[in-house]
Design a protein around this ligand. Structure first.
Ligand SMILES: NC(=O)c1ccc[n+]([C@@H]2O[C@H](COP(=O)([O-])OP(=O)(O)OC[C@H]3O[C@@H](n4cnc5c(N)ncnc54)[C@H](O)[C@@H]3O)[C@@H](O)[C@H]2O)c1
Length: 372
């Protein structure tokens, strides 16, 4: 595996390295970890990477790796930079024949997303998009329960993603450097809150239910005049027919940590899951006491069980969830059989970009319904 981004002090690159090691299918052998070459080299040395494979640019990585015999060459590259770099790097790496693990949001524009989808199809390469929450066993179990029709007709879907960390930054009570690129349109794109976290909630809805959101109407807030992008918002959802839903997302709900939750309400029963308590999936109904599903039990489906390695009662968390996505991608790269729900794909990336752009446009146009 190679990695682009994820150098000194980076957040998610570190999680990707841990996850790839947990699933035991990858070895990090090279990369461009930082745009500053001195910091890049320092980081590569700390990881024990051959200095010859610490490259100054993505083009240099492609050239250097292509010069190696195929059995030594990087097979898959993880892109864990800020959003603006995902598309150009992914495009070059796909053209050069590398499989990809890429962070969300996949690109800056819908056209770029469609272009990547075309490249992946043409090149027949694996592209795993790390919507990390789809790697949790109980999220996978939720998908399984819903696909069997056990909820009856779905009548209402609520997803929420509340964080508070940007609150102290915009009000000047905390100064930090990492992560604040999310407030810069040049690096983040058209949205902060909906692009960074609302899109996870959107993906979780489509992943667990297998349904497509057809139309959205959004109401966003940047909270302060000097903030350029949305930091908070509500999105109403239509799925066709009677089914409606809502996504609420915020980066300024002070005190909230990483509160992504989903509830799917059906005519017979309902499911509720919250990432801060990820090993418990609650099934509710009016006719029975609440049931609790947990990982590593025979009553779960195969997809959920492939996502848990320890016996019951040993909690697994975010690193293991990400490792499950890496494991699915490894199966695909090797040409082994795998369930298509083992990792989100470039198509999920297209859906996410359509969602983000429609949400921003709906708000800009005065809160109108938009098709996605
Ligand atoms: N899946 C998830 O749950 C999840 C969680 C956090 C972040 N993310 C996504 O991961 C990406 C990175 O976010 P982060 O919070 O880790 O950011 P970060 O700022 O902590 O890290 C970004 C890293 O990329 C490096 N970088 C920047 N430009 C580069 C370039 N041109 N070439 C090489 N390296 C470059 C930086 O030096 C840094 O090491 C974003 O797209 C974000 O949306 C996803």
């Amino acid at each position: 595996m190679g990695m682009i981004g994820g150098g000194i002090g980076a957040f998610i690159g570190d999680a990707h390295r841990r996850a790839s090691r947990i699933c035991n299918d990858y070895e990090l052998v090279g990369g461009v970890f930082d745009p500053d070459f001195e910091r890049n080299k320092k980081f590569a040395a700390s990881e024990g990477i051959d200095p010859k494979r610490c490259y100054e640019t993505v083009d240099a990585l492609i050239k250097g790796e292509k010069a190696l015999p195929p059995e030594r060459r990087i097979e898959v590259v993880a892109i864990v930079t800020p959003n603006a770099f995902h598309y150009p790097f992914a495009k070059s790496l796909l053209n050069a024949g590398f499989h990809l693990v890429c962070e969300k949001p996949m690109t800056m524009t819908v056209d770029e997303a469609l272009d990547l989808e075309k490249s992946v199809a043409e090149k027949k390469l694996t592209f795993a998009l790390t919507h990390t929450y789809t790697g949790y066993p109980m999220v996978r179990q939720m998908r399984e329960i819903i696909s069997k029709g056990l909820l009856g007709t779905i009548q209402r879907i609520d997803a929420q993603y509340y964080q508070g960390w940007i609150n102290s930054i915009i009000h000047g009570t905390e100064s930090r450097i990492t992560g604040v690129w999310r407030l810069d349109p040049k690096q983040a794109g058209v949205s902060s809150c909906m692009g960074d976290i609302g899109v996870h909630a959107f993906n979780l809805i489509e992943y667990t239910t297998g349904l497509e959101v057809k139309e959205i109407l959004s109401d966003l807030s940047s909270v302060k005049d000097d903030v350029k992008l949305d930091l908070d918002g509500t999105v109403m959802l239509r799925f066709g027919g009677y089914l409606k839903g809502v996504i609420r997302a915020s980066q300024v709900c002070g005190g909230e940590e990483n509160g992504i939750t989903i509830a799917v309400y059906g005519s017979k029963a309902s499911l509720k899951w919250a990432q801060e308590n990820p090993n418990y999936l609650y099934m509710l109904s009016d006719s029975e006491p609440t049931r609790v599903f947990k990982p590593a039990h025979g009553y779960n489906g195969k997809l959920a069980e492939t996502g848990h390695t320890m016996p019951a009662g040993h909690p697994e968390g975010i690193y293991e969830a990400l490792a499950n996505i890496y494991r699915g991608a490894a199966r695909s790269i090797r040409g082994e059989a795998y369930d298509k729900a083992e990792f989100p794909t470039v198509h999920d990336g297209v859906r996410g970009m359509k969602f983000i752009h429609a949400v921003v446009e709906s708000n800009r146009m005065g809160n109108i319904w938009m098709k996605i």
